[in-house]
Each structure stands twice: as C-alpha cells, then as structure tokens.
Design a protein around this ligand. Structure first.
Ligand SMILES: [Zn+2]
Length: 155
C-alpha cells in the first residue's frame, strides 16, 4: 500500500500563499572577474582552453571537454557578435529584467565559441533573425550585475 493511500484527506487542510524570497549569491572568482570587466572596462572577457582552444563566454573554471583549468587563460573578446537563437518573452513578472514583450537571445560574441543569453533591444520581435549581427550597449550606471552590459542591439 502506498503511503498516500493511508492518509485520511478529510484531515488535511491546505493553505495557499506567496513568498518573497530576496537572495544573493557569490558569482565566484571567474564570474566576478567577468562582471567586473563589464562594469569597469566595458569589455567582455572569456577563457580559452589551452588544449582544445575553445573560448568560453561566460567564462567557466574548467573546460567541459578536457577538464583543463581555464581561470588563468583570459581573453578579451569583441563587443559585437551574432544571434544564434532567440525567444520572445511575452509575459510580465516582477522578477524579469525588463517589461515584456522583449527578446531574449543567445549571442556568440566575436572570438567566442559559446553563446550566452542576453536581451536584444532596438528591433521589433518580428524582425529579429538568427545570424543577425548585434553590438553590446553598456549601462550608463552600474547595477553590479550582468546588466552592466545592459543589452545588445542591431550592429
Ligand atoms: Zn578544452
């Protein structure tokens, strides 16, 4: 007999609620250097594997293929790149970075082998295309987050 079959549900009382759960976490040594570079130098940094030459953005500590340690092999990348995939976010929620509808794209910046997700603005959702070139637009004021690179827009 399953446990749920033993429970007399007439004795259960369920109440629904919502939780606000503010939180913070350490971005790590590699993630911190990446975000500080965006904030202080408006430069996108990646890490390069010395074995397979793969360049990771956002940077990571180890190569997923070779398990090589990458965090001392930084490379500076371009502020432009290409959209490799995208979606249009059509719902609103207070945890989302901008008001919907907005474009969330995977962007492979020049010199990188991996794409990373970011917002694309300055183009209507119906006009965006995979393969389109975009450029980074940095925030006028820091938020100490990935949003110091505020968004990408058509290049
Ligand atoms: Zn590698």
């Amino acid at each position: 007999m399953a446990v749920s079959e033993k429970i007399d549900k007439s004795e259960c009382f369920v109440t629904k609620g919502k939780m606000a759960l503010p939180n913070q976490y350490f971005a790590g040594r590699v993630g911190s250097k990446f975000i500080i570079s965006l904030r202080d130098a408006n430069k996108i940094l990646g890490v390069k594997c010395s074995k397979c030459n793969k360049v990771y953005v956002p940077p990571r500590e180890y190569c997923e293929k070779d398990l090589e340690k990458l965090d001392e092999n930084w490379v500076e990348l371009g502020n432009e790149g290409v959209i490799t995939n995208y979606t249009v976010v059509n719902y609103s929620d207070k945890h989302l970075p901008v008001k919907s509808p907005y474009i969330l794209a995977l962007i492979k910046v020049d010199g990188a082998d991996t794409p990373f997700a970011h917002i694309v603005q300055g183009i209507a959702p119906e006009d965006i295309k995979i393969g389109m070139r975009v450029k980074a637009v940095y925030a006028a004021e820091t938020t100490n987050s990935i949003r110091d690179l505020d968004h990408f827009e058509p290049a």
